[in-house]
Design a protein around this ligand. Structure first.
Ligand SMILES: Nc1ncnc2c1ncn2[C@@H]1O[C@H](COP(=O)(O)OP(=O)(O)OP(=O)(O)O)[C@@H](O)[C@H]1O
Ligand SMILES: [Mg+2]
Length: 372
């Protein structure tokens, strides 16, 4: 019999999206086929401790970590193992592939991907570049804009220039964007620190709030929109799933709406014309490739109600992955079940790892490039 693949699923983490990530991780762990995979669940506490154990998902839901084993990733290149230090000796646990199910900072932003690269272990999803770029709304927009993808008009500012000349910035906002506007920290997720501003008198408070979360802020023209999402899967030849729609309940799709009262409804597939759906998919693929994304990502778009124009809003390189999340739902509507989706994501992680191992990485003394 073929050896089973040992998958370490990592969830929780030091971000505001800790709880959502526990649910994503639990769903992934539950649907991994045990005939094919040995699963090592690893929860990261809000303080950053890595705790492994079969019962980690439950323990993290309850907040009782007593039965779990503290582990650390061996950073030595190619060792592919977790270490547990116990009474002066070390226990080693082999891992074939790491499956991060972390959302937000320290999970979706390239930092944990950097750790995997240092350790030279296979992992699923986007690499360092796509993850870190995708987490930064200002850099992402600049790249997409340069490539001719339609983005909502915006102004980028930093905290120090705001503190120095608020009047000048307010004038610029009113002259170039008008009202309403959306104020967003460049680097947060889950609508944290985001405000919709309809009156000039509310601008200062909203920008000050965003400055509490980041030093770089985005001010975006507020449009009257429908919200479309497109799930993308693949490495060099990615595919897009059927497009979905979030029908926003409140003023905008904010944190409460996403995770607390859940008044938003979703529709998969979205009720749009086949031509529009194709256009959205094409744009999502272009946006994905431009950031060198791999494995998976969800690209979120706006469809402006009065003009029918599409704008690309953002990319999520580790989208919500609970059984009711949009990403798996959109693949399900395209004939790919949750289980199959996870198999594919793991396969893509190995594929990218193998490709990377073939890259020439050093220059030897004789002056020839050689592959590792
Ligand atoms: N320019 C805009 N015009 C109209 N509505 C907007 C605009 N920007 C944001 N919104 C609303 O605010 C919500 C949150 O904004 P956005 O998606 O940019 O950030 P985020 O949700 O924090 O990011 P993430 O999805 O990574 O958690 C959107 O889903 C949408 O409802
Ligand atoms: Mg969003």
């Amino acid at each position: 019999m073929k050896n089973k693949i040992r998958v370490a699923v990592i969830f929780g983490g030091r971000s505001g999206e800790h709880e959502v990530s526990v649910v994503s991780g639990t769903n992934i762990i539950e649907s991994l086929d045990r005939n094919k995979y040995d699963v090592i669940p690893i929860g990261i506490t809000k303080l950053g401790k890595w705790l492994a154990g079969e019962k980690a998902p439950e323990a993290f839901k309850k907040g009782d970590y007593s039965d779990l084993t503290q582990v650390t990733l061996n950073s030595e290149s190619g060792k592919n193992e977790l270490l547990h230090f116990k009474n002066g000796h070390v226990e080693r646990m082999k891992v074939d592939i790491f499956f991060p199910a972390l959302h937000g900072p320290f999970g979706e932003d390239g930092t944990i991907q950097g750790l995997f690269e240092i350790a030279n272990v296979p992992y699923t999803g986007c690499g360092v570049l796509a993850s870190s770029v995708g987490m930064d709304k200002l850099v992402t927009k600049a790249l997409w804009d340069q490539a001719g993808l339609p983005i909502v008009p915006y102004i980028g500012i930093n905290k120090s220039s705001w503190k120095k000349s608020p009047k000048k910035i307010i004038k610029k906002i009113l002259d170039e964007l008008g009202m309403p506007v959306f104020i967003k920290p460049a680097n947060m997720g889950s609508s944290v620190g985001i405000s919709k501003v309809k009156k000039e008198s509310e601008l200062k408070r909203a920008i000050d709030l965003a400055c509490e979360f980041d030093t770089r802020i985005l001010i975006e023209k507020g449009l009257n929109v429908r919200e479309l999402e497109c799930a993308v899967l693949g490495n060099d030849s990615p595919k897009a799933a059927r497009v979905g729609e979030v029908l926003v309940g409140g003023e905008f799709y904010d944190y409460n709406d996403k995770y607390v009262n859940g008044v938003s409804k979703t529709r998969v597939p979205a009720e749009i014309t086949p031509t529009l759906e194709k256009e959205v998919q094409k744009m999502a693929l272009k946006a994905y490739k431009l950031l060198d994304a791999s494995g998976l990502a969800r690209v979120d778009m706006f469809l402006e109600k009065n003009t029918g124009k599409i704008y690309i809003n953002e990319i999520n390189t580790l989208p919500g992955f609970t059984s009711i999340s949009m990403y798996p739902k959109m693949w399900n509507a395209s004939g790919v079940t949750y289980k199959k989706l996870i198999d594919k994501i793991i396969e893509l992680g190995f594929e990218r790892y193998r490709e990377k191992q073939q890259k020439k990485i050093s220059f030897d003394e004789a002056g020839d490039w050689y592959a590792k």
